[in-house]
Design a protein around this ligand. Structure first.
Ligand code: BGP
Length: 475
């Protein structure tokens, strides 16, 4: 009978730009996230043409983790964390992205942060690029549409691999790289790749080109990392939302298959080191004539990942729309799934989908997996005595852990760890607001910027502490 690994990496996940704040401290440059507006709670954030003052930009302050990380990590240690996933803000190390020399103060910050984790035997799990590329690379180079950015990224990667080679073993290259498969979403293109699409451009073509450069950069980074420290484990990071056919009608099933191919070909490149045939054929049929060289293909083949990191929040469903060509367009081809409930933000809650996803990855890639995001965004109520009874969050996580364990124990998936998203309340990536909370730890910070930033433990804090203590036995 299978079981969770003995050294299973229980922990929690965050991203630099969503909690550090201190957006201009110690030489930090401006990132793409720093120039986004907060949406209202229901709507996605906007993109500005530069930096504007004021509290429009919650990432500027975050939860001030930059100055409070020691106390926060102490709380993570109290929960029993074995790992802590965060990202390195590229702009702390290379403020504009195209410098030769790194910013020492930025490097020192992450030295101190990782030391603090290691003090409690908490393994840092580090994403190199989590929606925070230098804004200068957007204005001066056009973001990832420009091949030159590959070199800037690998220089950044090499710098931090060398600096933290004895402190960090687990890495990931690009957060949720495949979200941009939805090429109609300005938000996805901008946060993932720093792309602003002009009226005369075909967004799908631009996305395929940018994604190609990112995948080459990822593969080169994997190679560089392995040379620096062969013990590194370097993964990809895929946003996994399984897409089911709405019915058993063969056309619906075929459509769902194409939808999965369209969202997850990024993982094919990361894991197999080559493009899938359907996509090469599609790009040829569209006359996209992308800049893909033989040297790039050799890089892709040589820089495959060690494990699949992925986020899992929800599943989707799709159906045939009667079009003559088989093509999946995420903006228009999703349909509600009548068999699952949805959160306040319309995210379809589907614990069984996590087991499905884990099996799907395993069958396709035969690699270890790491669930590096999962969680329930909700508005929390603070009681008069300061307590927070977030049973809905425990319920969501418990149901997902039941399925996660089945995938390991019954289906044989090799799972490295589980780091639920937003283990401490932080700024929502999608809305730019505080009120969509995920944490086990509450942070007194409101959407209008008010609040003391004081931390307090929710009921889920004690629940997760017990889960970790029993290595997932007691849910
Ligand atoms: C993922 C991102 C995270 C994160 C999470 C929750 O897409 O990797 O950065 O924030 O989703 O999303 P949101 O904050 O929009 O609720």
């Amino acid at each position: 009978m299978g079981q969770l690994r003995k050294n299973f990496l229980w922990g929690g996940a965050v991203a630099a730009h969503q909690l550090e704040g201190a957006w201009q401290a110690d030489g930090k440059g401006v990132s793409v996230s720093d120039v986004m507006t907060a949406g209202d709670v229901d709507h996605q954030r906007g993109i500005t043409d530069g930096v504007l003052p004021g509290y429009n930009y919650p990432n500027h302050e975050g939860i001030d983790f930059y100055h409070r990380y020691a106390a926060d990590i102490k709380l993570f240690a109290e929960m029993g964390f074995k790992s802590f996933r965060t990202s390195i803000a590229w702009t702390r190390i290379f403020p504009n992205g195209d410098e030769t020399e790194p910013n020492e103060a930025g490097l020192q910050f992450y030295d101190d942060l990782f030391d603090e984790c290691l003090k409690y035997d908490i393994q840092p799990v580090v994403t190199l690029s989590h929606f925070e590329m230098p804004y200068h690379l957007v204005t001066e180079y056009g973001g990832w549409r420009n091949r030159q950015v590959i070199g800037f990224f690998t220089h950044f990667a090499e710098t931090v691999f060398k600096r933290y080679q004895h402190k960090v073993k687990y890495w990931m290259t690009f957060n949720e790289i495949n979200n941009q498969a939805n090429y109609h979403s300005q938000f996805s293109l901008f946060t993932n790749s720093g792309l602003k699409i002009t009226a005369d451009e075909n967004p799908e073509k631009v996305m395929y080109q940018a994604a190609h450069y990112e995948l080459v950069a990822s593969a080169q980074a994997v190679k560089i990392g392995k040379q620096i420290n062969p013990d590194f484990e370097i993964g990809c990071m895929i946003a996994m939302c399984p897409i089911y056919p709405l019915t058993a009608k063969p056309e619906d099933v075929l459509k769902a298959e194409r939808a999965m191919q369209t969202r997850y070909w990024f993982a094919d490149v990361h894991c197999h080191g080559r493009y899938p045939e359907w996509l090469l054929q599609y790009q040829t049929n569209q006359n996209y004539n992308l800049d893909i060289t033989d040297a790039d293909l050799a890089d892709l083949a040589a820089g495959t990942v060690d494990y699949i990191g992925f986020s899992y929040y929800m599943s989707f469903a799709t159906k045939d729309n009667g079009a003559a060509e088989l093509h999946y367009d995420e903006e228009h081809d999703l349909v509600p799934n009548p068999y699952v409930e949805a959160s306040e933000w319309g995210w379809q809650i589907d614990p069984v989908g996590l087991r499905y996803a884990m099996n799907w990855f395993n069958d396709h890639y035969h690699l270890p997996e790491f669930i590096v995001e999962n969680g329930f965004g909700a508005v929390d109520q603070v009681e008069a005595d300061g307590s927070i009874h977030d049973s809905y969050r425990v319920d969501y996580l418990r149901k997902h852990l039941v399925q996660m364990k089945k995938a390991v124990i019954e289906d044989g998936v090799d799972l490295m760890g589980y780091t639920p998203w937003g283990c401490i309340d932080l700024v929502s990536a999608g809305t730019g607001q505080m009120s969509k909370r995920y944490g086990f730890i509450y942070v007194d910070k409101q959407d209008d910027g008010s609040g003391t930033l004081a931390r307090s433990k929710k009921d889920s804090f004690y629940w997760y502490q017990k889960v970790i203590k029993t290595n997932g036995q007691d849910l």
